[in-house]
Design a protein around this ligand. Sequence first.
Ligand code: BGC
Length: 293
Amino acid sequence: MTDGGTLAIGIDVGGSGIKAAAVDTATGSLASEKLRVVTPAPSTPAAVVASIVRLVKRIESSVGVKGLPIGVDFPSVILDGKTMTAANVDQAWINYPAAAHLQRAIGRPIALLNDADAAGLAEMRFGAGVGKPGVVLVLTLGTGVGSGLFVDGRLVPNTELGHMEIRGRDAERRSAAASRVRRGLSWKAWALDLDEHLQAIDRILWPDLIILGGGVSKRAELFIPRLTCRVPVVPALLRNEAGLIGAAMFAREWAPAPAEATALAEAGGEPGAETDAQPGAGDLAGGRWPGEA
Ligand code: BGC
């Protein structure tokens, strides 16, 4: 049994699955088994929150520690604890007070951030982005395409480069990993579509490095050598675990001070208490991302 000193629970909500584990945020390694459940269909807030609550309970009983910080990542723009968009989940998440709902259901504050931002935080700390200065873009290729943009290691939250318009439609409709499967494309044919997206990004951002994540990163040799874009492209190292590791890092580093946490817990379902101490993208844009002074 551990005292939980550097542990946090990370929950990674995706269009097809929800993953959860306790993470040792000092090393980026998992400190419990990794659980995965299918994302409820329809993926309404009530159904997804209920799944998350069950996962938190299972992780807590597997590590034997209660009260660990909880970080949840979600495939949406996150502002002030609200999910603002819903490209690959139920439309009820648009402009939804997700952090407050989760806090009420779990009984303590949770930290909420975009899924690709979470994956990016983990890759920059423990994966392919370690020690990489300049402009680094982490793209997650899954059901959609997520983006985490870093400037000298500092995150610019909520970039949504999957939704750039290419050939008149959302770029992720062609470059997401799911789009290869949906359209029955070969890796070679899909690499051309991905390359076009990367080139469009390069024309705007001129990044120093692009890190490609998501489950497909383990098949990197099938498509990265086919890319022709100027910018160096490397596979992510943390694969499908990057999101939950980054969510846990975010939670651990944003956990409210003990007195504040006690006050929040005592306040129970008070609406003001639910939202005031939520770490959210508003705070993040203010410049105190994990690892910063
Ligand atoms: C969403 C992003 C998300 C990405 C990957 C996109 O459709 O708009 O917020 O990061 O999918 O899940």
